[in-house]
Design a protein around this ligand. Structure first.
Ligand code: TTP
Ligand code: MG
Length: 389
């Protein structure tokens, strides 16, 4: 028997948890998201979806479409706890798990046929266990690879169980829209349409040279996926517990302004890594080592999740300034922990603030030109002012 990959994705996750915990919301349209002026829908129960409400829609629009809904602010820490319980159930079905988000994961179940009569039997039991233990409903896709499993779990939502059999890979997905292909988004979709390619089947049959000419190396990948071929393994990553950077100085540093400037530089690297991982943090830790080698750490746990350089720096700076002693230091470090995926957070409120836009722009430049290229005002001005003084 070949490889079998299972993709599991909870139905209307945030809304279903709310309906489970508040029986009075059951059977009613429930809309979870930011309720402020710029609020955005995180998710909607299936009752609300019938009115056209969906994730990422403005709350304003959602209220217009379905004024009678129950509107709720997300309780992300609660959903995170529920997510941990779900992931614990996954571990009873396979040791090879790749978590994708709070409500979604890949399981490589290829080796599990000794414990379960068939992949489908395993999938049924996984769904039944989630329902029995957590009173929640999951949709499952089963297929020879990750790409197909993810497509499959979406095909029969809610409460779906869809199998894509060996030999039927390309035929099953060929009628679907090209935007189901991983990596096809706002930029590539119009390009594909321009080429007259609308379905996955169109891409599977297209001239490879044409795809490569338009999309470079991604053209080939796109066609492989369209033909149902995906060799990527399920990656069992140990999720990062913290992200940090530190510097040991050649000489002990005394100048407070210079130390804070360096702290900002370290913070920029930490913030960059954090955002690249799609994470936000709720705890910031400052680490200092004195010439005596005595090491102290100071931490602050926050009530909100942060990911922007300035926000992390402000906490780090406050921790530094609150240190009881002003002494030369040998080592300076900053780290963030209590990490949370921001894909589930960033849409609560449309990210409007200037600094968050700036962060998006600088991250984009860093991605293009390498991390060193973009240095923010504070570093440049401080270096200049130090030269002057
Ligand atoms: P999804 O699995 O994409 O959506 P869902 O579980 O609500 O519904 P479905 O039945 O279609 O799977 O996302 C999981 C959770 O992540 C969702 O409940 C809320 C959150 N989320 C956001 O906060 N913003 C978003 O734009 C999306 C797509 C999800
Ligand atoms: Mg889901």
């Amino acid at each position: 028997m070949g490889r079998w990959i299972l993709h599991v994705d909870m139905d209307a996750f945030f809304a279903s948890v709310e309906q489970r915990d508040h029986p009075e919301y059951r059977g009613k349209p429930v809309i979870v998201g930011g309720l402020g002026a710029r609020g955005v829908v995180s998710t909607a129960s299936y009752e609300a979806r019938r009115f056209g409400v969906h994730s990422a829609m403005s709350m304003h629009e959602a209220r217009r479409l379905c004024p009678q809904a129950v509107f709720l602010v997300p309780d992300i820490y609660h959903y995170q706890a529920v997510s941990q319980a779900i992931h614990k159930i996954f571990r009873a079905f396979s040791p090879l798990i790749e978590p994708l988000s709070l409500d979604e994961a890949f399981l490589d179940i290829s080796g599990m046929q000794l414990l379960f009569t068939s992949p489908v039997a395993l999938a049924k039991q996984l769904k039944a266990t989630i329902r029995a233990e957590l009173n929640l409903v999951a949709s499952v896709g089963l297929a020879p690879n990750k790409f197909l499993a993810k497509i499959a779990s979406d095909m029969q939502k809610p409460d779906g169980l869809q199998v894509i059999e060996y030999g039927k890979e390309a035929a099953t997905i060929s009628p679907l829209s090209v935007d189901k292909i991983w990596g096809v988004g706002k930029v590539t979709l119009p390009q594909l349409r321009q080429l007259g390619l609308f379905t996955i089947g169109d891409v599977a049959k297209a001239e490879l040279a044409l795809l490569e000419q338009t999309f470079g190396i991604f053209g080939r990948e796109m066609q492989q996926l369209a033909r149902g071929i995906d060799v990527r393994p399920v990656l069992v990553q140990q999720a990062a517990q913290s992200i940090g950077r530190e510097t040991t100085f050649e000489q002990d540093w005394v100048d407070e302004e210079a130390i804070l400037t360096h702290l900002f530089a370290l913070t920029e690297q930490v913030g960059w890594k954090l955002r690249q991982a799609g994470l936000g943090a709720r705890r910031v830790t400052l680490k200092i080592r004195y010439p005596s080698f005595e090491t102290v750490t100071r931490s602050k746990t926050l009530s909100q999740v942060i990911s922007l350089d300035d926000d992390i720096f402000q906490v780090g700076q406050a921790l530094f300034l609150a240190l009881p002693r002003r002494e030369p230091i040998r080592l300076l470090g900053i780290s963030v922990s209590h990490l949370l995926s921001t894909s589930q957070l960033s849409l609560f409120e449309a990210e409007e603030s200037k600094k968050s836009k700036l962060s998006v722009v600088t991250d984009e430049l860093k991605r293009k030109f390498g991390q060193k290229i973009v240095t923010r005002g504070r570093l440049v001005t401080n270096k200049e002012s130090r030269h002057k003084s």
